[in-house]
Design a protein around this ligand. Sequence first.
Ligand SMILES: Cc1ncc(COP(=O)(O)O)c(C=O)c1O
Length: 547
Amino acid sequence: MLLSLRLDAVPAHVGQTQIGIRIKGKTNALCLDPTQSGSDSFFAPLTKELHSQANPQDGLTLFEDLMMEPIDQSARLKILHRAVESPHPRQDQFFRRREVSRVAGDHAGVANLPQHVFDRAEIAHPVVDDRDHCRDGTRGLRYTSTMNATLQNWLTGQIETLKAENLYKVPKILETPAGGRVRMNGKEVVNLSSNNYLGLANHPKVREAALRAIDQWGVGAGAVRWIGGTMSVHEELENRLAKFKHTEAVLVFTGGFTANSGCIPAVLSNEDVVISDELNHASIIDGVRLSSAKYKKSEGYVYAHKDMEQLESILRATQSFAKRMIITDGVFSMDGDIAPLPDIAALAEQYDAFVMVDDAHASGVLGKNGAGTASHFNLYGRVDIQLGTLSKALGVIGGYIAGSAALKDWLINRGRPYLFSTAHPPMVAAALIAALDVMENDPTPMERLWANTRWWKENLAAQGFDTMGSETPITPVYVGDEAAAQQMERLLWEEGVYALSIVYPTVGRGKARLRTMPSAAHTQEDLEFALQAFVRVREKLGTSALA
Ligand SMILES: Cc1ncc(COP(=O)(O)O)c(C=O)c1O
């Protein structure tokens, strides 16, 4: 049986009855007024009519027509109710979201129910109408929750614009653990688009540690860190990270993004200025925007990428500010080059500024055992604030700020994502401790990462691809035009290689590229296979596609 109905009462103040419809294991729902239960004599002909449609699509159209009739709202709801209650003989066929939501959206009785009724009904919204996304084979009527028409129209208009400009993203679905070769959207591919640099995301020791932690601690921390969500395993992780980074203290946030948005505004006031590299990551930019400091490019506080002369002239021009922060990616996430940190540190010292470096892509990649850019350049003690992620090379999730004990203390008190967001599950902290153990004691993953990186870059260059001067595993293959980059991604996919095209707004307009990432998880065969695919795809596209 394809449909089964479940009637649940919803809170009295809502005054509605929620009807959950299970279709092949997925719950969809409508909310109806139970006081309007109809008589069979009214509904029998309607049900018969709906069922007599050979094609369920026609049944839906009929249903839609009925909804358009000038009948009163309660009758409309009754019809809706009955249409759902009476499965069409071929109702396992897929109804497209657009049509279903149009029906629901056009009728205020359904559309205007409070959002929490839909939430309670666990309605998936928005439901994607592309068959490719029904990965579990689920088909059937899908009622989306509907929303304010002005907002809905704005959203669909924006999405159409993104599509027209080749900027629209649809995530592919990974069906195996992260690794060099994976299955995505039902296809075996070499994955060149993962930040799992060292292969730790599925490392046996890291997995085991997570499982043991579940036995010991359960699955959730239960609270925000300062309210009662700090377990000893969280503390242990921070102490381990501080040793690893050679800093006095470390504070962990739930992500690298939140570490930026927690730290940057907390250490700045409206008497301060932030001086940024123009290619800094979005999470830095957002963190800076949350602060009350001056930061705008239009006001002259952003320097051209790695331009130390410009940085110095900004430093000269900003001496009246109370505090000055120079902030940069350690490794630039879309270009793969390394910040000139020794020069930045020297300028900061000369002009009494302080330095924050975002080492998301240097953690586990550069420096002793992967300790980051400060270690890579031997700048211990000369970089004031270091951000690291625990989500990329360390293979799990999280971000941290490394610096002085006073900085940690201040962020515990003023770092908003720390103050207002629940702590990591304990298994995350335990898995990260195990990942650090691997990084500190087993040089093989880093050696393998760099051997693969060298091979990949040399061979791409030998084949005439432009890797944009990248110095780290992040290896962009420059294309320029957005449509050409997306076409290249599609053709590579057909060849069994997943290399994501990166387009505006992640990079500037007209600076599209394929961002490839060799990792310790790739074998030599994986990389050779991928290289041949790149060569074949370029032949298909013609060299003009690679401007
Ligand atoms: C430079 C940089 N900083 C911060 C982040 C955010 O890190 P996370 O994924 O841990 O939130 C990223 C992630 O893409 C990044 O590339």
